[in-house]
Design a protein around this ligand. Sequence first.
Ligand SMILES: C[S@@+](CC[C@H](N)C(=O)[O-])C[C@H]1O[C@@H](n2cnc3c(N)ncnc32)[C@H](O)[C@@H]1O
Length: 221
Amino acid sequence: MVDFRVVQQFYGRWARYYDLLADSSLVGPWRERVVESLALEPGDVVVEMGCGTGVNFPRLRNRVGPSGTVIGVDLTRGMLAEARERVGRAGWSNVHLLQGDATRPPITTGVDAVLGTFVVGLFDDPASVIDGWLDLLAPGGRLAVLEAGPSDRPIATPLNLAFRAFTRLSAPSSRRNAVSPAVALDERIRVAFDRIDARTAETIRDTLGLGFVRLSAGRRP
Ligand SMILES: C[S@@+](CC[C@H](N)C(=O)[O-])C[C@H]1O[C@@H](n2cnc3c(N)ncnc32)[C@H](O)[C@@H]1O
């Protein structure tokens, strides 16, 4: 079971340094790709679950424009404080932040798009979380998920060792004590992506970053 206090303590501790990697030029193209897969249009309402410090906000805000709405949901006050600073610096009046649980989203239905990046792998029951996110969408709305997991490409074999160590260190302690956090993460991503495949139309799957980064997106029929 995920202990929310552990998640909040972990991300709260790292919030001030989080963007050093998360907002780096390594991760930027993957973020660009997943936001593109939402096919946002000016005026759309998009919800980002587990938005963290809001690294995706500039891309989301650019696409929905001043007439659209971006809503970021996160459990961790420290991450939301960083996100709030980002919003304030940019002067966006249509980017809103909510402290809440993405597995029971504090959002009413009928939104145009839902995004989750590097968060689904934290959930115990990713299939039901995906169901909940799809249920928030208006018919025709899009869901996109980006996750990092172990790579199955032969060229990545040596890097998988480094990835396993990174997964262990970068996971909240409740996850770190699992037998193999990387194997458990891989399984949660697989379950989430299978659910997106099963429940969406025009489904996209993509693999980026030598196979370490996986994208799944689709449209609610
Ligand atoms: C690895 S960070 C990803 C942040 C951001 N999505 C990104 O791409 O940089 C995971 C984030 O998910 C948040 N989180 C974890 N479990 C959550 C939950 N049940 N509800 C809402 N946010 C959650 C954490 O507080 C943290 O900010």
